[in-house]
Design a protein around this ligand. Structure first.
Ligand SMILES: C[S@@+](CC[C@H](N)C(=O)[O-])C[C@H]1O[C@@H](n2cnc3c(N)ncnc32)[C@H](O)[C@@H]1O
Length: 498
């Protein structure tokens, strides 16, 4: 297995870009987000508000495969089928767990550095897997459909064939509704992700999934309706299959970077402190991971889905780690030149020269911020008599200088820190609804008015941003996810009863 640092790519979040060109077709799947009012009738636009959501619930057939994730339904059959199909005896079993609802738990003592799993390639689903309906597979290959949409279609095709598919036991144990932002309505996204950059990315992702389905439908499915009937291949089933891919697909560096669904391995949940990743092990000819700590019988075993921020985890996996447990948590903080600055033009020119602009986003982690951000802040607050340093500051802000760690302007340091603090507050103030109470507690003026000691400002900024990310994440995972899912479920129930 490759070293952890070199297999970050194998984590459970492959970059899905729907802007693909089918080699023989030369078309792109770039769909700008549709505002609610422009959603065309007849096309289910998942990002639209209440009415559309209701329509989709009424029109879309329920997914008739998979299981409820909070039960162990179908897990035993999955385990039995996997052992009958060549999975060697395991030192873990599927169980109910505190983190992730269902997961793999050690059934005996596990040492640090032990290789586990050994899922053979015959039990791995990839773009090369055989289709139970070979005719459908041939059509998809003829159109040269890229891996992600191909796998999404494959999954639906196999799922719809129920017991006739060799993957029946695997698919039966998949969640009927994966936790995913794909299932959030536009209203929920607007309300709960009001000021988060994740909102835009979620809308873009939902739009791309809808667009990908629409494209496959118009170019392939509509021409072969006997192979891809609308009752089976529709926006609802694609939402499901993309939800499964986003939350379970892995990239295996030692298998030429192949994307794969790895039954059994995909029952492992994520822990931000764990540093071990899935990969193909050439010597044992199976997908493995190496424990980075010992486990006792009954303990849940984790892998890492990558060093991702809470927002990224929410976007792909529909969960947010417990408050304060993710050292990789970060947000993008936007900094801007002041329009009233008499040196605005000079500063902008200096920024442009180094490929930067205004506003410019920088990542802020709960553990600190990059020197580039500080350099940008220096530039913003520097007075006209420091114009000789503009160039140096802009260069340092662009990460193009080797001396940026020594960049220090003591005479404007306090002002720069205050500016960063103000920018944090501006960002936070966009969360008008949920965090007011917390924010007021943290940035209460009496804490810093009068004496602005730089390190206090610094600390406050970290606190604010940390609280912002974590407080929000906690809110989302505790409130939104269950609510969102149960609301959809109850909508369906009401519909069924009606
Ligand atoms: C690869 S699957 C892991 C197995 C999954 N728990 C199951 O029962 O099918 C990824 C999904 O597990 C859940 N999950 C994984 N790690 C988690 C964590 N640290 N906290 C909460 N949920 C987690 C999320 O629902 C995520 O979409």
């Amino acid at each position: 297995m490759a070293k952890a640092s070199s297999v970050l790519q194998s984590t459970l979040l492959p970059a899905y870009s729907p802007l693909y060109k089918l080699r023989n077709q030369s078309f792109t799947l770039s769909f700008p987000p549709l505002p609610v009012s422009r959603c065309r009738p007849g096309i289910h636009c998942s990002v639209s508000a209440g009415e559309t959501t209701r329509r989709s619930v009424e029109e879309a057939p329920d997914i008739s495969w998979g299981c409820e994730i909070d039960s162990l339904e179908n897990a035993t059959s999955l385990q039995n089928w996997l052992s009958d199909s060549g999975l060697p005896p395991q030192k873990m079993s599927i169980d109910r767990v505190d983190i992730g609802e269902r997961g793999l738990v050690a059934s005996q003592n596990l040492r640090k550095g032990e290789k586990l799993l050994f899922v053979p390639p015959s039990l791995v689903i990839s773009a090369d897997s055989e289709w139970t309906n070979p005719e459908a597979g041939e059509v998809m290959k003829r159109y040269d459909v890229p891996d992600w949409p191909l796998l999404a279609t494959y999954l639906i095709s196999e799922a719809s064939l129920q017991k006739n598919s060799r993957w029946f036991n695997y698919i039966s144990a998949l969640p009927r509704q994966p936790y995913s932002l794909l299932y959030w309505t536009r209203t929920e996204l607007d309300m709960y992700l009001e000021a988060s950059q994740i909102r835009e990315r979620a809308i873009e992702r939902i739009t791309n999934v809808v667009g990908t389905y629409e494209d496959l439908r118009s170019r392939i499915f509509s021409k072969h309706p006997h192979l891809f009937p609308k009752e089976v291949f529709n926006d609802e089933t694609f939402k499901w299959s993309f939800g499964i891919l986003f939350s379970r697909l892995v990239r295996l560096p030692s298998m030429d970077g192949r994307f794969a669904l790895v039954p059994w391995a995909d029952m492992l949940n994520h822990n931000c402190e764990v540093e071990t990743f899935l990969d193909y092990d050439k010597s044992s000819k199976g997908v493995v991971f190496t424990t980075d700590r010992p486990y006792q019988p009954g303990e849940q075993v984790f892998i890492s889905y990558g060093n991702k921020s809470n927002g990224e985890l929410l976007l792909s996996y529909g969960f947010v780690p417990r408050e304060g447990t993710n050292p990789s948590d970060s947000v993008e903080l936007a900094l801007s030149l002041r329009k009233t600055d008499e040196c605005y033009k000079e500063k902008l020119d200096a920024l442009k020269k180094h490929g930067l602009s205004t506003p410019q986003c920088f990542p802020v982690r709960i553990t600190g911020w990059p020197m580039e951000l500080m350099a940008y802040a220096y530039l913003v607050v520097s007075p006209p008599d420091m114009r000789n340093s503009f160039e140096e500051m802009a260069k340092a802000a662009s990460n193009k200088t080797s001396t940026k760690n020594d960049l220090k302007y003591p005479e404007i340091e306090e002002e720069a820190l205050q500016y960063i603090l103000d920018s944090c507050e501006t960002s936070i103030s966009k969360y008008s609804r949920f965090l007011k109470v917390n924010i007021t507690k943290i940035v209460h003026p009496s804490l810093y008015v009068g004496k602005i000691v730089p390190h206090l400002v610094c600390l406050l900024s970290f606190l604010i941003v940390g609280k912002w990310i974590n407080g929000f994440g906690h809110y989302i995972s505790k409130t939104v996810k269950p609510k969102s899912v149960s609301e959809t479920a109850s909508c369906r129930l009401v519909h069924k009863r009606a």
